[in-house]
Design a protein around this ligand. Structure first.
Ligand code: SF4
Ligand code: SF4
Length: 466
């Protein structure tokens, strides 16, 4: 793969074309006469040919281009709508911590599984459901997303069904998303989940041998076959191969990246998956599983290269972090509700712990980050508004590089929870996300400029560069 050095990066400063017609400025990535222009303040972008780029550089923008630049947030004229950086506080994604119990013992898990595991009481769960329903009515929301969380959430399957039924009775459609180790997905659970249109992502750590090494059953035995049977039950129930896959990449799995992507695409016939790099935390038992900075950078390039190769060979497979970042760059939508515009914890997403406390994200191990409780009798939005001025979670995250970073709008210092788990406080930036952004975004832009037809296959036809 050609290196980014072949793409020239510069910054075009703001200027005034004529009275009241302001060009906002932006990062310019150029290659072979084409350019990708990115506005780091609002995340908008535009692809330009040589002539149009020259118009901007010469500060003589034609009417035709001016119109496009206004549309894409690069020019401001009086009365035209403006792209903004503001995100209102209006949660629509709710994580509910149902249980600490788990039937697996994964090496990188940060739950305290040696303690006696708890599961939420029916009374507390009902208070949370009522609180959500009341909030939805007051904010006029008819459809929301709920992620039952654990431990292994399927241990509390009946409680999950109750959440779904009760909200439906209250006139709210809850789209449920579950990440599961699949060990408890029986044919009955799979059928019920399919009938309710519950989205299930199965955790699998690459090739069977490595999966067994990293993901043991609670009794110490290998878990791959158990996971595979659960996955098969999903497929038989109607999901086909369209259930999700989540893989945690560690130093154990990294050397086999290309092999397990082949395995996913060819043996398991998976058409989409999410590959998350293992996050460091004080309770992780094996620190040797974390990737070095050089490995993270190298991984992003290898991942993209392998995805392209598999697709060119006719195996239609996408990775969802890459997909989200492509959407960020090209259409600025919130493909990923938690981090397409920096961390949206406490704005678009909140979490509840098993005592009914409310958190800005699944950071329930840090009780001081609670913004309130469903039992306080207070409403959600005022609680969150107050918390934005008070708790550590909302502290600004930045490093000395952020001020001149093209990816600022999408990153804003990364995942707050990751920083908190790693450092015990919110300080600096999420180094993992920072490195991932700084290595993957340039590769994606290189792709736009050199092989733009690949955008279509890496987004399953959702996006296309004409
Ligand atoms: S803390 Fe991390 S996981 Fe939570 S909303 Fe923010 S970015 Fe997403
Ligand atoms: S954390 Fe890194 S990638 Fe994110 S805005 Fe700052 S410098 Fe850019």
């Amino acid at each position: 793969m050609e290196k980014l050095t072949a793409v020239r990066r510069s910054f075009i400063s703001p200027f005034v074309q004529e009275k009241d017609f302001d060009f906002t400025g932006g990062y310019c990535f150029e290659k072979n006469g084409s350019a990708f222009l990115l506005n780091p303040d609002v995340g908008s972008s535009i692809l330009l040919d040589r002539d149009h780029l020259e118009e901007i550089k010469n500060k003589k923008i034609s009417d035709d281009l001016q119109f496009k630049l206004i549309q894409r947030g690069f020019m401001k004229v009086p009365g035209s709508p403006q792209c903004t950086d503001e995100e209102s506080i209006l949660p629509r994604f709710f994580i509910i911590d149902l249980t600490q119990a788990c039937n697996f013992r994964c090496t990188y898990c940060f739950r305290h599984l040696d303690e006696t595991p708890r599961t939420i009481s029916n009374e507390t769960l009902q208070s949370i459901i009522d609180f959500i329903a009341d909030y939805c009515k007051k904010t006029n929301q008819r459809e929301i997303h709920i992620q039952p969380w654990g431990g292994e959430p399927l241990i509390a399957w009946k409680k999950i069904l109750h959440i779904h039924d009760d909200l439906q009775e209250k006139g709210i459609k809850a789209v449920l998303t579950i990440e599961s180790n699949a060990g408890l997905i029986t044919p009955r659970v799979a059928k019920e989940a399919y009938e309710r249109d519950i989205r299930i992502g199965v955790s699998i750590d690459g090739l069977p041998e490595i999966h067994n090494l990293q993901r043991k059953l609670a009794n110490g035995k290998d878990s791959f076959e158990k996971m595979r049977q659960g996955m098969q039950n999903l497929r038989d129930a109607g999901y086909g191969t369209r259930h999700g896959i989540i893989t945690v990449l560690t130093r154990n799995t990294l050397p086999y990246l290309e092999e397990f992507l082949e395995y996913f695409a060819i043996d398991l016939k998976i058409d989409r998956f999410k590959l998350n790099i293992v996050k460091d935390s004080p309770v992780m038992k094996d620190k040797g599983l974390c990737l070095s900075n050089a490995e993270i950078i190298d991984f992003q390039k290898r991942l993209l290269k392998k995805l392209i190769e598999l697709n060119k060979r006719g195996h239609s497979i996408i990775e969802l972090n890459v997909f989200d970042k492509l959407q960020n760059l090209l259409i600025r939508n919130k493909g990923n509700i938690c981090i397409s515009r920096g961390c949206l914890g406490g704005k678009k997403m909140i979490a509840f712990d098993m005592d009914g406390r409310i958190f800005p994200c699944d950071i329930t191990d840090y009780k001081e980050e609670a913004v309130g409780s469903v039992n306080d009798g207070e409403e959600l939005i005022p609680l969150l508004e107050k918390a934005h001025h008070k708790t550590d979670f909302f502290a600004k995250k930045e490093s000395e590089n952020c001020a001149s970073c093209p990816w600022w709008f999408f990153c804003k210092g990364g995942c707050t929870t990751a920083i908190k788990y790693k450092k015990g406080k919110v300080e600096g930036v999420d180094e993992l996300e920072c490195l991932s952004n700084r290595s993957l975004y340039p590769e994606l832009i290189r792709m736009f400029l050199e092989e733009h037809e690949l955008v279509k296959i890496l987004t399953k036809n959702k996006l296309e560069i004409a």
